[in-house]
Design a protein around this ligand. Structure first.
Ligand code: SF4
Length: 481
């Protein structure tokens, strides 16, 4: 247990996230607790005081008193406090974090903004090192990614343009680490029509509300859209082509995530309807791990599906991998990367395992208490080196809470094959309208530099039932742009 007690000092979430990075899996309290392993107090007795008084107390080791300037600029004050706390926690733990004091999920957004503001890559690296203490490797990765993002974005209408996300929240089975909206397709078979009718109604409304604005990317995700039958996929994509002006469209992605959901008929529909990018995701090429994490497909099925998809000549095929899966070693990751290399994918996304609270690997912890986790940092380095050898470069990057090794997820691609939607959503650069259960609409108000969100309910039944109310909210939000 870690106690964080703040007296007239804000930044509670940032402080807790910094502790979480050093002490993953700990519980937190905001009351004094004599049983706490660590207590951190921060106080600012009066607004005139020029410093925050900080104290870290570690059970059995005593107290350390330190301070940070209570700068009038809130952001500056927060950064100073985090730097001071980071120094003390690094000494206490005898280690530094790869991302230094940066606890947000979008480190490349900071770098990209600085590049947009005219700073050179060298200047951005200097700022990231001095202000946030990024390790040399993460700093270089971050700035390189941002520079590639910037190049890929050229020609897009970031302010007036928009992107469409279509949510298909069904999968063949539920993976052990899943925290996405996902319902087993088998249980939904008879009611799919009902869901699709609601979805098509939402798409019709959105096409009217967004008329006149260039639609630049479409992403169909979930879930696993290819859990649907070929005719059902066709119905959605036909509706999209009839209801939207696609003359500005730069990219149409469909997640065919689970190899066990892919058929020739489905790929044929995707190709016929103009899909440019698909994702086929093995996560690992170790069969025992696939069985353990509940993906219910084989390594062989992945290779078959990938080769079948190649024969349809999509502009880009992406494969998602997860590093740090239970019981996997560096040797397993090396073998997976060798297998991936043999297919020469256009885009490879390397995720570090993030154990979200809702994932079964967490909620059913007792059942999986014997699983072991390897050195994620070494495995990630190995995977990145292999991406470099394949001639891929990093083009988007994000972090999640509870990531193994405190690392990141990185999309690597052949230059020119960047998934634009991935960049737009990660860096919050364009309005993205979500249609379907469990989707989020993110409206960018460029003049005010802010984003506003509206979420559709997750449950597909409730989504269809409450559609009129959800549409009314969406209409009002989009009318404000
Ligand atoms: S395929 Fe993806 S969305 Fe579906 S259950 Fe697995 S992790 Fe969740």
């Amino acid at each position: 247990m870690i106690a964080i007690i703040l007296d007239q000092v804000p930044f509670e979430q940032d402080i807790r996230e910094l502790f979480m990075a050093f002490y993953p899996g700990e519980r937190y309290t905001h009351e004094p607790d004599p049983n706490a392993m660590i207590s951190f107090t921060a106080s600012h007795p009066s607004p005139e005081d020029k410093t925050y008084l900080l104290c870290l107390s570690v059970k059995g080791k005593g107290e350390r008193h330190f301070s940070s300037p209570a700068h009038p600029d809130r952001l500056e004050a927060k950064n100073e406090l985090k730097r001071a706390l980071y120094r003390v926690l690094s000494e206490e733990n005898q280690r530094r974090l790869p991302w230094g004091t940066l606890t947000g999920i979008r480190p490349a957004k900071l770098a990209l903004q600085m590049l947009f503001d005219g700073k050179s890559e060298g200047e951005v690296q200097e700022i990231l090192r001095d202000r946030y203490g990024l390790s040399e490797t993460r700093n270089a990765l971050c700035v390189r990614t941002a520079a590639n993002e910037r190049r890929a974005l050229s020609g897009l209408h970031l302010k007036q343009g928009w992107s469409l996300y279509i949510g298909i929240p069904f999968c063949p089975t539920t993976c052990l680490y899943c925290s996405f909206p996902s319902y087993p397709i088998g249980k939904w078979k008879r009611r799919i029509d009902w869901y699709l009718s609601a979805l098509l109604e939402e798409l019709s409304c959105v096409s009217g509300w967004m008329e006149g604005r260039p639609l630049e990317t479409i992403y169909m995700g979930g879930g696993t859209p290819t859990s649907l039958e070929a005719e059902e996929l066709d119905r959605i994509l036909e509706a999209v082509s009839e209801r939207f002006d696609l003359s500005f469209l730069r990219e149409l992605t469909v997640e065919a995530g689970r190899p066990d959901s892919i058929t020739e008929a489905k790929l044929s529909v995707l190709k016929k309807r103009g899909t440019t990018r698909i994702s086929i995701n093995p996560q690992t090429l170790k069969q025992e791990t696939l069985d353990l994490i509940g993906r219910r497909h084989t390594v062989h099925q992945f290779f078959e599906s990938f080769r079948l998809a190649r024969s349809f000549d999509f502009a880009c095929i992406n494969t998602d991998l997860i590093v740090g899966l239970p019981n996997e070693t560096e040797e397993d990751v090396r073998r997976t990367m060798e297998g991936i290399r043999s297919l020469a994918p256009d885009d490879v996304t390397i995720h570090s395992l993030a154990l979200k609270r809702a994932a079964r690997l967490n909620t059913e912890r007792e059942a999986y208490r014997d699983v072991r986790y390897g050195d994620v940092s070494a495995m990630v380095s190995l995977a990145y080196a292999c991406c470099e050898e394949m001639g891929l470069h990093p083009y988007y990057l994000y972090r999640q809470k509870n990531m193994a090794g405190n690392l990141e997820n990185v999309g690597w691609c052949r230059p020119g094959c960047e998934g634009l939607y991935n960049i737009l959503i990660m860096e919050e650069l364009q309005t993205i309208v979500g249609c379907g259960a469990g989707t989020t609409t993110r409206v960018l108000f460029p003049e005010e530099g802010r984003y506003e969100r509206q979420e559709n309910v997750k449950d597909p039944s409730l989504y269809a039932e409450r559609l009129p109310e959800l549409l009314e909210k969406k209409r009002r939000l989009l009318a404000g742009t």
